[in-house]
Design a protein around this ligand. Structure first.
Ligand code: SF4
Ligand code: SF4
Length: 407
């Protein structure tokens, strides 16, 4: 959909929000918020719904209106999404794993489910459920999915231990889509990254089976800055098109987890950022309707879009052991759900990140976190509290400033 048809679609969507919440103020606020996605390619789903953006629930689902309520009605605004790890168990050995240094004890299933219910009631509309490898602890994954009916739910999985029964159960439980890590077109390079021979084939077979079961599919791809500059995006996009994937989420390398303390190559960084942002615009452009949608995090987190939305602004993370973190790439705990309530940990986070800003916390604060960290991550609350006490997180994100919802 392009031109006037697309403009009309966006207008109708804002009107639908204003009507739904019986508020003319919402019309303006909703159009300012959704307007940032206008340049994205609209993905029309077989259900007749539309995806504006990878991170926004499909329109006009209940999850979409819940997300809009979070942002344009609720005061103070609430986060739209959570990344929830149900287990740390995983047979792979990726060098960048952000949760490999976390504790191994899993949050008891009862506590996990109780908190999932709480977060749902609190308005979290979009869920990325993952591990470790969530299929390895399928009873935990299934218990979580049962609580999320009707919402936007994505499962991040390598496909390891996938069998037809698990895939059928995920489809039956209403999983919107699945994402698998594909870090290279060449199977040998991908497998060398995960440390497991055959892992690329496992992921591709899994994605194909999920697509046949009616779920959306995508690649989670980490490319180095140099790979991006040297044409890595086009190569992975062509491969994703060949595999009939709907999305490629391009994740830039971040110094967290096993890579905490790693210095990133700044020489290539700026060029890679420019290349990835240009690629996102190009792959979303009119005339490329058969290509998968590219979602480059560096673009989605740019001042033009949502900036850094960690800390319960738009998103947060719950580790498998129950630690509430501002983002999966920020190894700080604002409390563990065995010890404090979700509400307490959430309030602590919101106090630390009161206003959405453009500074990428995962990069700019990594050195401080690394120097305060021991072997185990994330940093416990007492240490986190000292660290974040005086943080000022950069320039406010323009879209939220225009909406005037964070005071
Ligand atoms: S597959 Fe995921 S959880 Fe497993 S080692 Fe790799 S990054 Fe970590
Ligand atoms: S800390 Fe902010 S910029 Fe970094 S990944 Fe998380 S949300 Fe994105």
């Amino acid at each position: 959909m392009t031109g006037f048809a697309k403009l009309f679609f966006y207008l109708r969507m804002s009107l639908a929000c204003a009507w739904r919440f019986r508020s003319p103020r919402v019309l303006l606020c909703a159009s300012k918020f959704t307007g940032i996605f206008f340049r994205h390619k609209l993905l029309r789903l077989p259900s007749g719904e539309y995806k504006l953006d990878f991170y926004m629930p499909r329109y006009p689902s209940e999850a979409f209106f819940l997300a809009m309520e979070d942002k344009v009605v609720h005061c103070p605004p609430r986060p739209v999404s959570v990344v929830l790890s149900v287990t740390k168990a995983c047979a792979y050995h990726c060098p960048h794993c952000y949760q490999r240094r976390d504790p191994s004890e899993e949050l008891p299933l009862e506590t996990l489910v109780e908190n999932v219910r709480k977060m749902r009631e609190f308005g979290v509309a979009a869920w990325a459920v993952e591990g470790g490898e969530p299929l390895l602890r399928f009873e935990r994954l299934r218990a979580v999915l049962r609580e999320l009916s009707g919402l936007e739910v994505w499962v991040n999985s390598t496909g390891f231990s996938a069998v037809p029964d698990k895939i059928a159960a995920m489809a039956e439980l209403g999983v919107t889509g699945v994402m698998s890590s594909i870090h290279a077109v060449d199977p040998a390079r991908h497998d060398a990254f995960t440390g497991v021979p055959g892992s690329q084939k496992t992921a591709l077979d899994f994605l194909r089976a999920c697509r046949e079961a009616g779920m959306l599919t995508g690649f989670n791809t980490v490319l180095s800055d140099r790979e991006i500059v040297e044409g890595g995006i086009d190569a992975i996009m062509e491969f994703a098109a060949h595999q009939e994937a709907d999305y490629v989420q391009l994740i830039h390398p971040k110094p967290s987890g096993l890579w905490l303390g790693k210095s990133l190559d700044s020489e290539w960084g700026a060029k890679a950022l420019e290349t990835a942002c240009a690629a996102q615009k190009r792959y979303n452009a009119t005339g490329r309707k058969h290509d998968p949608i590219l979602t480059a995090q560096v673009y989605e987190e740019s001042p033009e879009m949502l900036g850094c939305c960690c800390g319960g602004i738009d998103r947060f993370y719950i580790g498998a052991a129950g630690d509430v973190q501002p983002c999966e790439f920020v190894n700080l705990s604002f409390g563990n759900l065995r010890e404090v309530s979700f509400e307490t940990a959430y309030e602590r986070m919101r106090r630390a990140f009161p206003v959405p800003c453009c500074e990428w916390i995962c990069r700019t604060r990594a050195a401080e976190i690394a120097s305060a960290a021991g072997e185990r991550l994330p940093l416990e609350w007492e240490r986190t509290r000292e660290l974040v006490a005086n943080w000022k997180c950069g320039t406010p994100t323009p879209v939220y400033r225009r909406m005037g919802i964070y005071k």
